[in-house]
Design a protein around this ligand. Structure first.
Ligand code: AP5
Ligand code: ZN
Length: 217
């Protein structure tokens, strides 16, 4: 299964992708995670991307398309993958189509996770994650079961993203509406777009997505 999760910052793309990888045994390809790894590694890409990401703007299409193109050629993507945070511009949407066409493959589903802006701001400002395994939590809605201990790996080390602040969030939302929201029309015209209500509890959103990917909705 080849699936795109589309939605504004904080919509729950990463949260839902984590669940889908367990159920469907296919990898999550998050361009945000890949870029953050490049920043940490201080690679050439990371050095170029850091300031852009900290400001909430989009990294250039060339850089991001190259990262994804290399990643989907890896063996673990043979049975499918979940694209989380990519494509984010019409240029990137064309690029992913060309990457798949070269392999004789097609996208199966594009799922738009819809959430109102005021809720998004609360979601990103309350978000934190495990520094060891990356599991995502929230100050109010999703705390670890044992306070201060990661549910997944038991680590006690947590971190927050530098771009999860109110000012950067405004830029991220602007760039979503300007550059990424046109993809809703793009995939609607191709007949692959389905929308889910991302304001429901996490489990309910997962159920809605599973119904779509299993052809029951
Ligand atoms: P990226 O890392 O992709 O960030 P984003 O798109 O802004 O999305 P987020 O990771 O913030 O949100 P999410 O939808 O995954 O939400 P999550 O599940 O964590 O990109 C970061 C930056 O990298 C960009 O600004 C850009 O600079 C660059 N970049 C990345 N990709 C690029 C590309 N393709 N092109 C160019 N530049 C690119 O959930 C958020 C919080 O809400 C969590 O705390 C979670 O627990 C909680 N939550 C989730 N679902 C629910 C629910 N249903 N109910 C209650 N709480 C919930
Ligand atoms: Zn962990």
């Amino acid at each position: 299964m080849r699936l795109i999760l589309l939605g504004p910052p904080g919509a729950g793309k990463g949260t839902q992708a984590q669940r889908l990888i367990e159920t469907h045994k296919i990898p999550q390809l998050s361009t945000g995670d890949m870029l953050r790894a490049a920043v940490t590694a201080q690679s050439e890409v990371g050095l170029k991307a850091k300031a852009v990401m900290d400001s909430g703007n989009l990294v250039s299409d060339d850089i991001v398309n190259a990262i994804v193109s290399e990643r989907i050629d890896q063996a673990d993507c043979a049975e499918g993958f979940i694209l989380d945070g990519y494509p984010r511009t019409l240029n990137q949407a064309d690029a992913v189509e060309a990457m798949l066409e070269r392999k004789g493959l097609k996208l199966d589903h594009v799922i738009e996770i819809k959430v109102d802006d005021d809720i998004l701001v609360n979601r990103v400002s309350g978000r934190f994650s495990c520094a060891s395994c990356g599991a995502v939590y929230h100050d109010e809605d999703k705390r670890p079961k044992v306070e201060g201990v990661c549910d997944v790996c038991g680590s006690t080390d947590f971190k927050r993203r530098p771009d999860d602040n109110a000012e950067t969030m405004r830029t991220r939302l602007r760039s979503y509406y300007k550059d990424t929201s046109p993809l809703v029309g793009y995939y609607h015209c191709k007949g692959t777009l389905r929308a889910v209500d991302g304001m429901q509890p996490i489990d309910v959103v997962t159920e809605s997505i599973e119904r779509i990917v299993s052809g029951k909705a």
